[in-house]
Ligand binder design. Structure first.
Ligand code: ATP
Length: 464
C-alpha cells in the first residue's frame, strides 16, 4: 500500500487543470467530473493506446461505436431492467442512503446511530429517460390529504402536492449502463457485412451511466464514466484458450500503463459472487491509495447475451464456420476496462515526491507515451527578443511533429521546470544565448533533472 493519499492526487489534478468537479460553479453534481486541458489529453492518450493495442495492432478485432440511447428491449433482453440493481438501505434517523453491501449495516456511517437500517431494497441503477415528445404534461399526484383533527400532523404517507407526469411506456429508454450491449446488438451486422473468421472480437469505447447509490473516491466510482470493452466471440469448445490469451493481454495492458506488476492483482471471483451466466471471472485489482480495488474485469459470459438477443428478437445469432462444418451461437470472453479507473491508477503510480537541490519536489513520473505534454519549450529569458524568436521556431517545429508540445515562458527557468515536473512533462527544451551561436539547446530530463546539450536537429530523436 502506498502512503500517497487520494487527496494529494485530486488536489494536483484540480490545481494543474487535469480534473474538476462536475458543474463546480453551481456547487457541483455528485458523481460527475469534468476534464481540463491536461486531463482530456491524458484520457485520450490512454484511449488511443488501448485502441492501438487491441484493435489496430491485431487482425482479429473490429471497432464499433453504438448509440448511447438504445431500444428498451435491449435492456429487457439483457436482464438489466430486472436485475441491474444494488441493495439500498436508508437510515431512519438521518435519512442517509447507502449501498448495503459496501457498509457495516449495524450502525449508520453518517450519524452513528445503531439499528436504524431496515431491510435493503433493490435499487435499479439505470438512468431512465423518454425518447421523443411522448412525455406528457406535469400533473399533481393524488388529492391533498386534509386531516381536520390533526392539521399539522401527517397521519399517513402524504403524496399530496407531489409532481409527476404521464408518459407512454414505449417511449422509455435508458442512458446505457455499459457499452457491452451496443456491441452484442451489432454482432449480426458485423457478421453480415464483414463475415470475419472466428474467433474475432468487437471493441467499443464510450460513455456509460450508472446512478450509483454512493459515488465516492474521486473518479473511482462516478455516475457518468467511460468504458472500453471487448466482446471476443469464440467456438464454445475453445473458450479456455481464449480466456488465457486475454488474461495475458490484460497484463500487457497494465504494463503499458506503467503500473508496477506488484500493485496489480488477479482476484479469481468465486462462483457465488459471479454473475449467474459467467463460468469464470477474474477481477484485476490495483493497489489504489484508497486500498485494493477493482481496476477492470475479465469474464467468460458463455452464450448468455447472444442467446438472449436471439430469443427476444427472433433473429438467428448463429455463426457458420467458413468450412461449413458447424453452425452455433458463439460464446464470449469479455475484457471490460474502466477508463477513469485506468486514469486513477496511472496517476497513483506516477505520483512521486522526492528531493531536488534540498527542496521537496512533487512530480508525475508518467510513462512518456501517456504524458499530456510531451515537451515544453522555453526561451531562457522572455525579455530577450532574439531568444524568443529562436525558441518560437523550435517550438513550432516540435508542435508540428508531436502535437502536444507546450510553450512555457512564465516565471524563471527553475519554476518552469517544477511546473512541468508536476504535470509529468518528460522533457523541457531551453533556448539560451549559446543556441544563437551554435544551434544547440539544453534538454532537461524530468526524472533525473539532468540537462544535456544537443543540436536542434537531434531534438526529436532525443524525445522519441
Ligand atoms: P463495482 O463492483 O466496482 O461496482 P462492477 O463489477 O459493477 O464494478 P463492471 O460492471 O464489471 O463493474 O464494469 C466494468 C468496469 O467498468 C469496472 O471494472 C470499472 O473499471 C468500470 N466501472 C464500473 N462502474 C464504474 C463507476 N461507477 N465509475 C467508474 N468506473 C466504473
Amino acid at each position: 500500500m502506498s502512503d500517497i493519499s487520494l487527496e494529494d492526487i485530486a488536489s494536483l489534478c484540480k490545481r494543474r487543470g487535469f480534473i474538476f468537479q462536475g458543474s463546480e460553479i453551481y456547487g457541483g453534481l455528485s458523481g460527475t467530473w469534468d476534464y481540463g486541458p491536461l486531463g482530456v489529453q491524458l484520457k485520450r492518450n490512454i484511449m488511443q493506446l488501448w485502441w492501438k493495442m487491441f484493435v489496430d495492432d491485431r487482425e482479429d478485432m473490429y471497432g464499433v461505436d453504438a448509440a448511447i440511447l438504445m431500444n428498451q428491449k435491449v435492456w429487457q433482453a439483457s436482464g438489466h431492467t430486472e436485475t441491474f440493481t444494488d441493495p439500498l438501505v436508508e437510515c431512519s434517523n438521518c435519512k442517509g442512503r447507502f449501498r448495503a453491501d459496501k457498509i457495516d449495516t449495524s450502525k449508520c456511517p453518517t450519524c452513528g446511530q445503531k439499528g436504524t437500517f431496515g431491510k435493503p431494497r433493490q435499487f435499479n441503477m439505470m438512468f431512465r429517460t423518454f425518447v421523443g415528445p411522448a412525455q406528457g404534461d406535469e400533473i399533481t399526484i393524488g388529492e391533498p390529504i386534509v386531516d381536520n383533527e390533526h392539521p399539522t400532523e401527517k397521519a399517513r404517507p402524504d403524496l399530496s402536492g407531489r409532481k409527476g407526469f404521464t408518459y407512454e411506456e414505449s417511449s422509455v429508454s435508458y442512458l446505457r449502463p455499459e457499452t457491452a450491449q451496443g456491441i452484442f446488438t451489432n454482432f449480426k451486422n458485423v457478421v453480415d457485412s464483414f463475415y470475419p473468421d472466428l474467433p474475432f472480437g468487437l471493441a467499443q469505447q464510450g460513455k456509460a451511466f450508472r446512478n450509483e447509490i454512493s459515488p465516492r473516491d474521486f473518479i473511482f466510482r462516478s455516475r457518468e464514466f467511460e468504458q472500453m470493452e471487448i466482446e471476443y466471440f469464440v467456438d464454445p469448445e475453445k473458450w479456455e484458450e481464449a480466456f488465457e490469451a486475454w488474461r495475458k493481454s490484460v497484463w500487457e495492458w497494465t504494463r503499458a500503463l506503467g503500473l508496477p506488476d506488484e500493485k496489480v492483482h488477479e482476484l479469481e471471483v468465486p462462483e457465488d459472487d459471479r454473475a449467474h451466466y459467467s463460468k469464470r471471472t477474474i477481477d484485476f485489482e490495483f493497489d489504489f491509495p484508497i486500498g485494493r480495488e477493482e481496476l477492470l474485469g475479465l469474464a467468460y459470459r458463455t452464450d448468455f447475451d447472444l442467446s438472449n438477443i436471439q430469443r427476444a428478437s427472433g433473429k438467428s445469432m448463429e455463426y457458420r464456420l467458413k468450412d461449413g462444418s458447424k453452425s452455433f451461437v458463439p460464446h464470449v470472453i469479455e475484457p471490460s476496462f474502466g477508463l477513469e479507473r485506468a486514469v486513477m491508477a496511472v496517476l497513483s503510480a506516477a505520483y512521486t515526491e522526492d528531493e531536488l537541490n534540498g527542496e521537496k519536489r512533487v512530480y508525475l513520473k508518467l510513462p512518456k507515451h501517456l504524458a499530456p505534454v510531451k515537451v515544453a519549450v522555453s526561451p531562457l529569458l522572455k525579455n530577450k527578443p532574439e531568444l524568443v524568436v529562436k525558441a518560437r521556431e523550435v517550438f513550432a517545429a516540435l508542435k508540428k511533429e508531436f502535437g502536444n508540445a507546450m510553450w512555457d515562458d512564465n516565471g524563471n527557468i527553475g519554476k518552469r521546470y517544477r511546473r512541468q515536473d508536476e504535470i509529468g512533462t518528460p522533457y523541457c527544451v531551453t533556448i539560451d544565448f549559446q543556441t544563437l551561436e551554435d544551434d544547440t539547446v539544453t534538454v532537461r530530463d524530468r526524472d533525473t533533472a539532468e540537462q544535456k546539450r544537443i543540436g536542434i536537429a537531434e531534438i526529436s530523436s532525443a524525445l522519441a
